[in-house]
Design a protein around this ligand. Structure first.
Ligand code: GDP
Ligand code: IMO
Ligand code: MG
Length: 424
């Protein structure tokens, strides 16, 4: 604080929701700066469990203004559904603000996401099919429709007509699908205009003013570093910049206003969807990590691929994000393993790689070089102080710190708010 970015250090699902929720207690604003409802962030409170996709995790605190920045792609249908779910659970989400510059996810984006994946066959990315990629494609090809367009009916209808003509040709002629009806979308989205109006703001100004008043702002990343469109395992990535540099761009402040960059990592790692994953365990140990760790996707329910912690990737993540600290989650899951491994390098084509290889081909074919650690084989879910963790658990944590050169300041030993240890 005052301006801290919380982001995923690997391929997502590191526990960003839990860490953001914890830090939100002292925050005034929590911002989502990229992605959309492809994210699935879990928060477990004393009596409830929340799965947030689009709305920032700070929403559970009445003192927090949750902000959806310009870098996010917003599906209004999903937005209202998530608002309703929160209301039903006794949370008041009415303070949410959405950037007028954020791009809208349209029905043709969702449809294209699904058909493009089908056409890719074996080369599919395994997207969440929420329309994320196609919405960002339109943003960058300058044919996107922004939140502010909804408030100018003439402009909105003109833009929709132009883009839909193109999309329908694509859907019908290339993908052999039925066309999408103009009137239906126009009616649905113009109806959102009135309903969205109270939430729309100049969020860049709002955050800038708050920071100048000395308020605390958290930036909550979706996805993770290795899913970044520039720095991830392209093309098996998402279509935005979850890395720290995405935060100032995705809200509209200068990068010099950011103070801390917190990388969240699990004590082992996981990946959903396709793409290289050097330390993946396609064996009974991997299956146990999935089962004991409850590694099933929040958004799609898919079984996550699991493997040992990869320090080549972790150090890369520390570098491309400029991590100032690490929050290590799910240490409790490793209590179930007698032996724990950490990858310190990759071996491929007769070479040893201690940095992320320049040619991604290496990631597909390499063998990780592991160092082995003895497990502590003891339940740690009720431990309250870092010093009270078993010696072997502390050794593991401190070895990670040593290997990546970034201090671990938070250790999580359970999904709940209280199962969190502060490390000095
Ligand atoms: P996110 O996308 O990064 O917010 O992470 P997800 O919510 O998709 O996945 C993390 C899962 O791990 C959720 O089910 C959390 O409730 C859970 N979780 C977070 N921290 C811990 C922890 O320290 N121990 C255990 N056992 N579960 C945790
Ligand atoms: P959180 O925020 C894990 C993955 C998808 C797919 C790729 C592209 O919960 O960590 P997309 O729908 O974004 O075009 O899919 O990215 N993916 C995630 N994996 N956690 C997420 O979010 C993800 N969001 C997208 O599985 O491989
Ligand atoms: Mg998730």
């Amino acid at each position: 604080m005052p301006a801290s970015v919380i982001l995923g250090a690997q391929w997502g699902d590191e526990g960003k929701g839990k860490i953001t929720d914890l830090l939100s207690e002292k925050a005034d604003i929590v911002v989502r700066y990229q992605g959309g409802n492809n994210a699935g962030h879990t928060i477990v409170t004393a009596d409830q469990k929340f799965a947030l996709s689009l709305i920032p995790s700070g929403v559970l605190y009445p003192t927090v203004t949750p902000v959806i920045g310009n870098g996010v792609v917003v599906d209004p249908r999903w937005f209202f559904e998530e608002m309703e779910t929160l209301t039903r659970k006794g949370i008041d989400p009415s303070r949410v603000k959405i950037s007028s510059n954020a791009h809208l996810i349209m029905p043709y984006h969702r449809k294209l996401d699904a058909v493009i994946e089908r056409y890719l066959g074996n080369s599919m990315i395994g997207t969440t099919k929420r329309g994320i990629g196609p919405a960002y494609t339109d943003k960058f090809s300058r044919s996107g429709i922004r939140v502010q367009d909804l408030f100018d009916e003439k402009i909105f209808l003109e833009k929709l007509a132009a883009v839909l003509k193109q999309k329908n040709k694509l859907l019908v002629k290339v993908y052999n699908q039925l066309p999408i009806d103009f009137d239906e979308i126009a009616e649905e989205y113009l109806d959102y205009a009135d309903r969205l109006e109270p939430f729309v703001a100049d969020t860049s100004l709002l955050v800038w003013e708050a920071l100048n008043e000395g308020k605390n702002v958290l930036f909550e990343g979706g996805q993770g570093t290795l899913l970044d469109i520039d720095h991830g395992t392209y093309p098996f990535v998402t279509s935005s910049n979850p890395t720290a540099g995405g935060a100032p761009v995705g809200i509209g402040i200068g990068p010099n206003m950011i103070d801390n960059i917190i990388g969240v990592t699990k004590a082992y790692i996981s990946r959903v969807g396709t793409g290289p994953f050097p330390t993946e365990l396609k064996n009974e140990i991997g299956d146990r990590l999935i089962d004991v760790g409850g590694e099933y996707g929040v958004v799609t329910g898919r079984r996550r691929r699991c493997g040992w912690l990869d320090m080549v990737a972790m150090r890369y993540s520390a570098r491309v994000n400029g991590l100032t600290e690490i929050a290590l989650t799910k240490l409790d899951i490793l209590s179930h393993f007698d032996t724990i491994k950490i990858a310190t390098a990759y071996e491929a084509e007769g070479n040893t790689f201690t940095e992320m290889p320049r040619q991604q081909r290496v990631l597909h074919n390499c063998s990780p070089v592991y160092e082995q650690h003895e497990g502590w084989a003891e339940d740690i879910t009720t431990v309250k102080e870092y010093e009270d963790l078993p010696r072997l658990a502390r050794d593991y944590v401190e070895r990670i710190e040593e290997l990546c050169g970034v201090p671990i300041k938070t250790v999580s030993v359970g999904p709940g708010r209280k199962a969190t240890l502060t490390k000095g």
